[in-house]
Design a protein around this ligand. Structure first.
Ligand code: AMP
Length: 409
């Protein structure tokens, strides 16, 4: 299956080619023809599956055709997404895939002055990518009207609800025309997300690709049991491995991210932090520096890192085990993208063992324990059953491979 067979138009094919995309991903194979047909979609897919292109390609194609046929102005497509980072990333995707198409788009999000965003809106926009708060704000100031929207994408619906945006999302929906195409994307489908989808969608085509727990299979995962106060020392020990070229480290709190970042810098490891208290510019700059490999470590909280896409990210470290198991899957899904190898290392203190158990239950996988390291727990008092173990050296470059089994030590 290739993109031509999905009836993707020539200017987009050319852009995809320059992106190096040879074959559509499963979500693209399923969603593009349905979306081109004008149908609603209910898609269960997480980031990393190629879902952005799955909605961006048909939107660009249909709007370009309508514009060529003389359609009048106004915002024709709205993509609602939970975070500023995602909004920026989605807009970049529209720029990439739409580089040979004459359509305008912009992203609006909070945390920055509205001036530049308003200026762009004034010039006329075909495709708007927005976070809910700033969108409602600009609607109330009459800088945005949604009355011409023909296609509405709700991206990361479950995250949107987790982040407490349900009322904002409903307010946005109320401002959209009754008749429209809706493309609904969510990594998981808990009951409140299902209710929202029922409210919004009209005879949708259901698409499900790789359920949330199964995408982690291709990622090498390991856990170190460690006393909480020894986590920094253990991290420095792990980072001695030069094979770890770039690593995204997750902490549970903003304060924890800043503190860890300072400790790393004190130990001569180039690091920057991104979290909700940092300005939008500081976050973008840190992300750019990390993508360009100017810093080795990016420390992030979950919300700041939601959906961010870093090419060839080799390692993810869960400095803290998240208390929501799906978050673990989202975190480690930053690595091992587009068929690349990825490694996820987790540090588990005594009080986090139950979170680890929840993670293993969700993924149905047993995470190998690295038993040989300089900072073992003094009293492991296993609250979870013993796991297969492997020496620390197995994690070093070339030591750990997909499908390898680790013998009990
Ligand atoms: P997404 O799930 O939209 O966040 O996309 C994840 C990553 O896959 C991004 O880096 C995309 O550039 C990349 N990607 C999307 N579609 C394809 C494709 N058909 N072939 C190769 N890479 C792709």
């Amino acid at each position: 299956m290739n993109f031509q067979q999905l009836n993707v138009a020539a200017p987009i094919l050319k852009a995809l080619q320059s992106q190096g995309y040879t074959h559509p991903t499963p979500i693209q194979q399923q969603a593009i023809p349905v979306a081109l047909d004008g149908r609603d979609i209910l898609a269960c897919a997480q980031t990393g599956t190629g879902k952005t292109a799955a909605f961006a390609i048909p939107i660009l194609q249909v709007l370009a055709e309508r514009k060529a046929a003389g359609a009048r102005g106004g915002i024709k497509a709205l993509i609602l997404t939970p975070t500023r980072e995602l909004a920026i990333q989605i807009e970049e995707s529209f720029s990439d895939y739409g580089q040979h198409i004459n359509l305008t788009h912009t992203a609006i999000f909070g945390g920055v002055p509205q001036y530049h965003q308003v200026n762009k809106l004034r010039r006329g926009i075909d495709i708007l990518i927005a976070t809910p708060g700033r969108l409602l704000d600009l609607i109330s100031q009459r800088h945005v009207s949604l009355q011409d929207v023909e296609t509405f994408v709700l991206d990361e619906a479950d995250r949107m609800l987790d982040m407490g945006f349900i009322n904002d999302v409903k307010k946005v929906i109320a401002k959209l025309p009754e008749e429209k195409q809706t493309l609904f994307f969510s990594a998981t489908m808990p009951p409140d997300v299902q209710r929202l989808s029922q409210m919004l969608l009209h005879q949708p085509v259901r698409i499900e690709v790789t359920p949330v727990s199964s995408t982690v299979e291709k990622i090498d995962q390991a856990v170190y049991f460690v006393e909480k106060q020894n986590k920094v020392s253990l991290l420095l020990h792990v980072l001695e491995d030069k094979a770890i070229e770039n690593v995204l480290i997750f902490t549970q709190t903003k304060h924890g991210a800043d503190k860890l970042c300072k400790q790393l810098i004190r130990s001569n490891i180039q690091a920057q932090a991104i979290h909700g208290n940092k300005s939008q510019n500081a976050r973008q700059l840190a992300l750019e520096n990390f993508k360009k490999k100017q810093i080795r470590v990016l420390v992030a909280t979950d919300i700041a890192a939601r959906g961010i896409d870093i090419d060839k990210l080799g390692h993810v470290v869960n400095y803290d085990i998240p208390n929501i198991p799906e978050t673990y899957v989202h975190r480690i899904g930053r690595t091992g993208r587009a068929g690349e190898d990825g490694k996820a290392i987790s540090f588990c203190a005594m009080e986090e063992k139950m979170f680890l158990r929840d993670v293993q239950k969700l993924t149905g996988q047993t995470i190998a324990v690295v038993s040989e390291h300089p900072f073992p727990m003094s009293n492991p008092g296993l609250a979870i059953p013993p796991r297969p173990t492997m020496p620390h050296s197995a994690l070093r470059s070339g030591g750990s491979r997909k499908g390898r089994t680790f013998r009990q030590r």
